[in-house]
Design a binder for this molecule. Sequence first.
Ligand code: CAA
Length: 674
Amino acid sequence: MAFSFRGRSINKVGVIGSGQIGPDIALHFVKVLHGFDASVVVVDIALDALEKGKSKLFKKIDKGGQTGAFKPDEVEGMKNHVLFTSDYNKLKGVDLVVEAATEDLPLKKRIFRQVEELVSKDTILTSNSSHLEPERIFDELKLKGRSLCTHYFFPAERNPAIEIIPGKDTNRETTEFMMRFYEKIGKIPIKVGSRYGYAVDPVFEGLLLACVQCVDAGLGDTKQIDYVASKALGLTVGPFTAHNLTGGNPITAHGLSEMHESLNAWFRVPDRLKQLLESKSDWVVPGRGEKIEVSSEQEKQISEELMGAYFAIVCDMLDAEIITTSDFDLLISVALDMKPPFSFMNSVGVKKAFELVENFANKYPPMPVSKKLKEQAASGNPWEILDVLFEKQGDVGIISIRRPKALNALNSKVFKELNTYCDVIRNDSGIKAAVITGFGNKAFVAGADIKEMAGLTDPTQGEHFARIGQIASAELEKLGKPVVAALNGFALGGGCELAMCCTARVAPKGMKFFAGQPEVNLGLIPGMGGTQRLPRLVGFARASEMIRTAKPISSTQALQFGLINEEVEGDVLERAIALAQDIAHGRLTPKPMEMGPVPNSPDELPDVDIGHLSRAIDALAVRAILEGGKMTLEDGLKNEARLFGQCWTTEDNRIGLKNFIEKGAKSKAEFVHR
Ligand code: CAA
């Protein structure tokens, strides 16, 4: 079975360069593609680099085998699908090339001249450059439309962030394909405009410079600055330590000197970095667990200076319009695992952030003061950071929930943003139908946000939370235009409930763990319509079993039960768009949801074994299902929200939510049935 996606097959991937990052990139591809019998070829002219790269990659595979991350047949399968070679001819037949050679423009150009002669005209050519604009790397290609930059982050096989940088000649189809392809194989691709250093490296490298400036200004030594930087910016390790660990000093020096020319003259190679490189030494950094003494005044000064630098650098990129606030926050939090810049500014106050930038720019000219930051501070509003994205494709509006770190869980912010887009769709006469989907390849939506619900304290708050979710999701039902749910991954709890508000639902074929109402595991009942719409869609017996036992069902069962309309072999989003158009243009009419009381609704439910689950919560679930069957959908929802709130009168509610927060989803709560 080949890996086919959006009209392209990926049977063979070429990775050029077996140095620092090439083998890690190859490992990610072989991990996700070997099951489709797709192979990965790593090419390098240096035999010792090939040897080292292969040994590093195989060691990581073996380690995965030992820890249980990979099954024994996967270990073998992965090793059998990767080839390390010095023979460029082995690139013949590749569908995708990722060049990961040294950051050297003439070298990269030479490689692509050679590669273009070997591959077909449809092969996509990408460079894992960390700085160079695609227009410069690919300017000698005959077919430039299929080329772009793809910037991975350390460690490339595990860090999901990836910057996608199309050049002025890259065609839209290539960019769109690469964005969706990386999402499909588990990455978090973020599109960034073509500019030297893209979005992340001016932050990573600029913060090292800002730290050196703090040392030069006598605010502390490298250990103290590193310690305060990690604390102030929410980094796992400070910039000096990060540079030591990644061997990043030479490339940062090169990047800073280029940014001096291409971005602004604040960027420069500080003398301390030059000396460090000449003496081939590392930064002096705190040892593991070492206690670093810093006075509170010193800590304040260092923190404010670094925040000024951080905010100045990111806002300058906003002015350059290469990235949005929402994308930048997600990218930085995933790629560098540090405080996302715009949320960070919101938390300290945008006005305060502006003052910090002004102070920094006055102290270190010619750092520019961002126009957009100035305007935002003057507006008195926080930055807008969206967790729900919207785009139009022809006459279809596409809503996408993007909270990858919480598996797209629904919180109050998401509900608000969903409402906004429902209004957009309703009021745009050019939009005839809509599709709702989740970001990534794992979850459509993993439910209502459990961390937010754990902060609720009484039945009134519980009921209110449920009503907000019910009303936001019912907007889809009442839109007056068809909405198809493209269930790109599992749909649990509020996710399944959101999907049930849609006109139709499609899911990937063969998902074993697909949909369910797992609320009872948490000492809750479904609160976004699960007890009302699920019986109306799949019947009372099946619905009550799913709700009362929390057992998930497969996509095949979902189709048999009538929960989804189709299982899809290819891309669910593409299929959902086509289906939405068919419904909008009258070519198909899915069965509508029963809005009145359910004819012949039962007075009691079949027995089910609820095992360790709470009998107190089960009683509320049974009431919501049975009482709701005899009501209109509208009244049933209100009743469900009230009973959802009643969960907060039980001890088991506290036990279930606390168990998830403290021990995670896999741990079983010890309910007391009260
Ligand atoms: N809310 C908030 N965060 C969630 C979440 C949710 N519903 N589901 C998952 N997450 C978070 C996890 O806490 C975790 O965060 P950290 O990395 O910070 O710990 C992250 O997403 C990844 O989750 P896992 O590590 O658990 O990933 P996994 O692949 O091992 O398991 C899963 C995935 C099966 C979805 C599992 O996370 C799970 O069972 N989640 C809970 C699903 C659930 O119970 N949904 C119903 C919510 S209640 C509801 O929806 C009420 C309603 O009707 C209104």
